[in-house]
Design a protein around this ligand. Sequence first.
Ligand code: ACM
Length: 679
Amino acid sequence: MLRFIMLLTLLAGGRQTVWASWVTIAPMMPWPVKVESIPGSLAIDGSFTAVVTACSDARMEGAVARLTAKISRQTGIPMGLTKPADASRPTLRVECAAAGPTLPTLGEDESYTLDISADGALLKAANGAGALHGLETFLQLIALGGDGYQVSAIHIQDKPRFPWRGLMLDVSRHWMPLAVVERNLDAMAAVKLNVFHWHLSDDQGFRVESKLYPKLQQQGSDGHYYTQTQIREVVEYARNRGIRVVPEFDIPGHTQSWLAAYPDLASVPGPYTIGRTWGVYDPVMDPTLDATYKFLDAFIGEMAQLFPDPFFHIGGDEVNPKQWNESARIKEFIRQHKLDGPHGLQAYFNQRILKILEKNRKTMIGWDEILHPDLPTTAIIQSWRGPKFLSDAAAKGHRAILSSGYYLDHLSPASMHYAVDPLAGPAADLTPQQMALILGGEACMWAEYVSSETVDSRIWPRMAVIAERFWSPKEFTDVSGMYARMETVSRQLEWTGVEHRANYGPMLDRLTGGQPAEPLRVLADASNGLGLGPRARTRKYTSPIPLNRFADAVRPESESVRLLELAATSYVLSHDAGQGAMLREQFARWAANDARFQPMSEGNALLQELKPLSKDLAELGAMGLKILDYLGGSQPPPPDWIAAQNQELTRIQKPNAEVTLAAFRPVKVLLDELARKGR
Ligand code: ACM
């Protein structure tokens, strides 16, 4: 028997026809193309063995060794000590038709099939890439059954919808040590992502060792950068997990760290220092000077050796034309070359950079601002400003990838990202040939508001949901099932090494100054974190400001509140006494929490800002209890009571202390029901 997660699905089709049903979903994410459940199961015990044929190279052997170690850690069973009864019949046989390319390659065959029966598991793939993905699926299926750990019998046929499935990580705004990168690569592999886009330079830090221009890392960073040896290590680490590494060196804007080291590259004489605040800076490179191209020619040549992937990201976003517009010399250059203003100058720059890249056998990729009639269609466009830029690029013959709608740093709910499809919106009107130019997508993790301690919790588990959008069939859009699987996969992801769950408790604990953290945890569990926009509007952040406050610990999306909202919706339909009691218990906890929180906040500067939030949570709890009383009793609420509560809810749902109280949602569901009943 498959060990299924039971989940409550609410299917809405008009209010009267809303009903609840128990459905069974296996915890796979991304969901495979074809899944057939079969009776029976394969036991996972100490005799577990796996063999690889045809693609049995160091990469596959390493992957099997990691798989075995993970199984051992999950099950607590020592592996490799017990010999299988029949050595010719391993538990898992991996058969590839061929080894495939040595380096992960855009468009390579990533398909696989997985057949599991009581007798064993057979994973078949066209080449190593598909086999790596199949191993991750196998791992997701291991679960505790009646007789211990097992994998349910199943037939899976699987292949990705898009060949480009990425995560972009900014390591400039806040430094991300090597361990952060590597643990995220492990988690990426677990959900079949295949591109790690490494945003290696920006105004606030240049993060790669250049031997040709060592001042880049010496003066362009705060001492935190990757050595070339470490870069090679990451590229190899990623390769072993089927992941391409695409470096990004953002030019000609977002370059203040370069200019701090080499001010001659700037459009206006320096000196410059690395940025310490967020936003778009004035300083940009000077595209009119041959010396700029001489420098970039040598630099790109050096980096082209370091990064084997054929794609090279040149950024190109948010180029502030201020310095160009204010320079008589640069304006004259624009006039003489008949360029269409600053954007034409950027296009001129990009054409020269493209030639340098071609010389190094690299294909240009850049943010959507690089799109210009003069840009050769070989350049790939990464759309971040909206889906229109994606379809425009494809309509003009460029290959393109979508990032708009996948900004993890905005801390949007998983359901929002899940609903964004690279081929929806304006892309749906493209011709099939143009649509084929859309390679997939990338989620973006910008690092203004994350540190190495919090970054994982801003990437995971929502990244897994986006990975499913990039991999699984378009039709796979059920949100309740997605959330249920996301929660299970989130637990499993943590075993890969990412710390998206692990740091929550200790961060809250640290804020208490040594007191029991429970009241703070109740408040945090009831809150949703806020992203870049609202945080920037609340206070002026600079890079030395530690990201150690309540807003940094709080998760992007409260799972407990999401479940409570479902329970409230279900209660409205069924008036189930058990649901009612559960809601009452939770509301009572919120109502009582403020009395516990206020004393712990005394004299604690880090908790002062939370006092009004805690009061609001108590109010929500009390309101929820009162609404349940009215819903369950014969007395209607006094006139205007509902309107007054709605007014309070409108106030309470506004950002406070750089978070929002997600807890208002179940209360609102019940209040709306009370209003409906009164009509
Ligand atoms: C970007 O978000 N500026 C690419």
